[in-house]
Design a protein around this ligand. Structure first.
Ligand SMILES: C[S@@+](CC[C@H](N)C(=O)[O-])C[C@H]1O[C@@H](n2cnc3c(N)ncnc32)[C@H](O)[C@@H]1O
Length: 320
């Protein structure tokens, strides 16, 4: 009954009757995609940049990895000008079943296609790739084992050589009781995506921490109905942990990425024109309804780039 966190999370989220095969993510939390259509607008602008860099190919891929309810893929397609929309091949990748009512033009598949030329976008995907949890004990680092029914933990075996090497490079444990989440499966997941990208850009957006500022207690968390709950891997809640995006970036480079940008959502979205700027007051007199609409949009944009909220997310962008 005692299993590693990685295995317990895999079963809880993606096993028989697992949380993500059963539930729609939107019911349990709100991502940037749900916060505002301005997010899809920014992804469309990024897609335009990729299109230009590739010289306007006849078929341009948009692949939404960990697509959840498919809203991002469908929204970008709906916003795209007809000239671009006609050349777009939109693929949503998720392990869960195709959502009802999703735009027919969006293909729904369980794995990233073998060859992608265009933009691959993964919003809050990597944090749901299961990881092992390790704790520094008096006897050295030990993988934690968990009882899936209660969430109770106890120390298990020492991590293997590859995990120890990852920890030494990316998340050194310093004091007894320190915990770390071993990001190797995320590095591998990200690299497997980069090798399928023949030309274009891949972007991962997630809560992240840098190597010089990892949280000593780790970040493993549970969510149900939009609220934080103890992370019990019994299939009743989402299990997530923040992402070592810098380690993923290094894995992406090993997999062939030629350029890497690691920044915050605030910076990335501002560059793409999401500024949260309020409309001029004069509009309130000339067009009161238009003013209110613009004000609503500005406050949604402000939420997306809030430095204390969604704006703190990491954006890893790699091209080849
Ligand atoms: C937190 S949700 C994010 C949904 C969406 N991107 C959004 O921003 O609203 C993560 C999604 O990733 C999917 N997922 C996790 N691992 C996956 C994998 N290996 N392949 C495909 N989808 C996966 C889950 O099923 C879930 O729908």
């Amino acid at each position: 009954m005692w299993v590693t966190w990685r295995e317990a999370t895999r079963r809880a989220l993606y096993g028989d009757g697992g949380f993500y095969l059963r539930e729609r993510p939107g019911r349990h939390f709100r991502t940037s995609v749900h916060a505002s259509p301005a997010f899809a607008g920014a992804v469309l602008r990024l897609l335009g940049e990729v299109d230009e860099a590739l010289g306007g190919p006849q078929i341009l891929d948009l692949v939404d990895v960990g697509a959840g309810d498919g809203l991002l893929a469908a929204s970008v397609l709906a916003l795209a000008p007809s000239g671009l929309a006609g050349r777009l091949r939109v693929t949503a990748v998720d392990l869960s079943p195709r959502p009802d009512g999703l735009d027919d033009r969006v293909a729904w598949v369980a794995a990233v296609p073998d060859e992608v030329a265009g933009l691959v976008f993964a919003n809050e995907w990597l944090d749901n790739v299961p990881v092992d949890v390790v704790e520094l004990t008096g006897d050295g680092p030990r993988l934690l084992l968990v009882d899936p029914e209660t969430g109770e933990e106890r120390p298990g075996p020492a991590p293997d050589g590859a995990d120890l090497a990852w920890l030494a490079r990316w998340w050194p444990l310093r004091a007894e009781g320190d915990r770390a989440e071993i990001g190797r499966p995320r590095d591998d997941a990200w690299a497997s995506l980069l090798v399928r990208l023949t030309r274009g850009t891949a972007v991962a957006v997630d809560y992240a921490h840098p190597v010089d500022d990892r949280p000593a207690a780790g970040t493993l968390a549970g969510y149900r109905d939009g609220a934080a709950v103890p992370p019990v891997p019994d299939g009743s809640c989402d299990i997530t942990a923040h992402v070592a995006l810098d380690a993923c970036a290094a894995a992406g480079e090993r997999a062939g990425a030629r350029t890497t940008t690691l920044t915050t959502q605030r910076e990335a979205l501002r560059r793409l024109g999401v500024t949260g700027a309020r409309p001029p007051l004069a509009l309130a007199h000339s067009d009161p309804r238009g003013y209110l609409r613009a004000l609503g949009r500005a406050s949604e944009e402000a939420e997306l780039i809030d430095p204390a909220g969604l704006g703190r997310f990491g954006w890893l962008s790699q091209s080849r």
